[in-house]
Design a protein around this ligand. Sequence first.
Ligand code: F6P
Length: 506
Amino acid sequence: MGDTLWDELGKLEKPTLSQLFEADAQRLDKLSTRFEVGEDESAGSIVFDWSKTHLDDAHIAAFEQLAAKMDFAGRRAALFGGEIVNPTEGRAAEHTAQRGVGKEESVALAADYHHRMAAIVEAILRGAMGEVKHVIHIGIGGSALGPALAVDALAREGALVDVHVVSNIDGCALEAAFKACDPATTMIAVASKTFTTIETMTNAHSALEWLKENEVEDPYGRVVALTASPEKAIEWGVDETRILPFSESVGGRYSLWSSIGFPVAMALGWPDFAEFLAGAAAMDEHFRDTDGAANLPLRAAFADQYYTRLRGCQTRAVFAYDERLDLLPDYLQQLEMESNGKSVKADGTPVDGPTAPITWGGVGTDAQHAVFQLLHQGTNLVPVDFIASIAPGHDLDDEHHRILLSNCFAQGAALMAGKASEDPARAYPGDRPSATILLDEISPATFGALIAFHEHRTFANAVLMGINPFDQFGVELGKQIANQIAQGGVRFDPSTEALLATCGII
Ligand code: F6P
């Protein structure tokens, strides 16, 4: 990356947030932007307010130079052009093509796959494959977190079918789904890009056994496979007509838009799923076509780099002030940590600074009564994102939502302003950063744009750090050792052997 630019960035003055607002009357206009999700106003909008971060004109100019030096425009063109942007696995990363933005052939192929998916979803919903009231979606990691979040965010009330997402190999998870479903009206969706993941395949086998034990006629007929490895699904016993494929170039944690989104389409119906894709496409086009800090994901990445690299922040926190988004911190944790938690650059050389911070968070206002103490008075500086919706997700008295949003905005204000006190225990240092993302409402389109924003922010961070965000070799070693344990005959360290022996595993 070359140290000079980072040295220069490090030497820039670091005014406090209050000083930044005092010095620049245009600050809010410059750093708080309303993003229209579609040309038609009814698609809704999202405000991205980065004014309570320490970004100023000087830092932005320097980060724009860094982006130029790291060939941000070239890397972005390679992403949208379907080029190999994941060199360690020799793959493109074509999640945007799922939304209709990308290389022509890939967009056409994704549209074909979606066409097939829409036909199957609509057939199931109109009862052409027998009565279906429940879907048990079995997958893990990228094959589960996205669907679980999207179903929760968009279909908490009024889902067309009752969806249960099961990921953990711990049988408690699957058993809970069984208890909530009637086997005679349940469809099992096996979601696995590779169709080899041990947790998913074990859970899928048990789900099939459950259908058999409950004398469901043609149990295999109640299974759909969502996969980039259709041949493996066929080998496992799924009929070709119930396989919903997607491309190898769609990464696991970026796969919500592909057939992995099947339970979302089942819960919402196809037209809303199409809206969800369109909302993401609007963010894709913005990210593809906008230069410099006006580019919202890139602006957010500038702030991320500022805090991680220049202020030594080891974590970043996300608080959704909306119960419907309570899985968002988990989802972003995988997206950001599995993508950018690396120690080498794309060319294999060691990185010269910290990479992804630890993403954590929760839901407001609950988190205020649990962890906000540290945010306000702890010794760690934690940049915070607040995410909220102007429209509530419930029909109760307006008072609920007024108090919820007031608390959300009060936290950002308090973190920034702080409060002096002669009693040190009661003093708040202030100057603590936050960004706010405010949706008009949580609709399929705004939610799609919100998720795509975070995907592009993650990619922009990777480009600024020179790393490949699309592989995840860090998860392999533990899996290999678990396999060795299953095979037996391998010696481990004394602690591991004692633990295994205590549980009767060896
Ligand atoms: O272990 C990590 C991982 O490879 C994720 O990246 C992926 O989303 C998950 O496992 C599940 O993989 P699959 O979809 O192939 O079952």
